[in-house]
Design a binder for this molecule. Structure first.
Ligand SMILES: [Zn+2]
Ligand SMILES: [Zn+2]
Length: 135
C-alpha cells in the first residue's frame, strides 16, 4: 500500500499500487489551470483500490469531448488530488505529486501535446497524443 496527502494534511489517501491502471501526463488547458503549471501527471486506479480520509470538495467541468470531469481538492489548502470522470465509472485518477513514494511508478503516455507550453515540453520518451488518446 502507498500513501498520499494534501499540503495541509487534512485529506489523506491510501491506495494499492499493484492495482495501477496507467499513468499519463496531460498538457490540456484545464490541467494547466488547476495545477498552475504546464501539465498534470495523473495515475488511474480502480476506485475500490483507494481509501480516502478527510473531506474533499469536487469541482465539476465539461471535458474537451463532452465528458463530465470532477476534480477533487482540499477545501482548506486547495491541493488538487483526485479526478473522477462520469464516463469512466469505477475508476479514478490520482495526481502523482501528492503521493509520498512514487518509486514504483512509470508514466508512459502524454496527452494534449498540442497545447504543451514551450517551457514544459511534452516528454517524447512517452507515447504522445495531440489531444485525448483514441478511445
Ligand atoms: Zn489540505
Ligand atoms: Zn488535462
Amino acid at each position: 500500500m502507498q500513501k498520499g496527502h494534501c499540503l495541509c494534511g487534512s485529506v489523506q489517501y491510501e491506495f494499492d499500487e499493484t492495482q495501477v491502471g496507467f499513468g499519463l501526463h496531460c498538457h490540456c488547458k484545464d490541467c494547466q489551470r488547476v495545477t498552475g503549471s504546464g501539465k498534470a501527471t495523473v495515475i488511474m486506479f480502480p476506485q475500490d483500490a483507494v481509501t480516502i480520509s478527510g473531506e474533499y470538495k469536487t469541482y465539476g467541468s465539461i471535458g474537451f469531448e463532452g465528458s463530465h470531469v470532477n476534480r477533487g481538492f482540499c477545501p482548506n489548502c486547495g491541493s488538487q488530488m483526485f479526478t473522477f470522470v462520469d464516463e469512466i465509472p469505477g475508476q479514478m485518477f490520482i495526481k502523482a505529486g501528492g503521493m509520498e513514494d512514487t518509486s514504483w511508478l512509470s508514466v508512459g503516455m502524454t496527452c494534449w501535446t498540442s497545447t504543451a507550453r514551450h517551457w514544459l515540453p511534452a516528454d517524447s520518451d512517452t507515447v504522445c497524443f495531440e489531444m485525448n488518446p483514441p478511445a
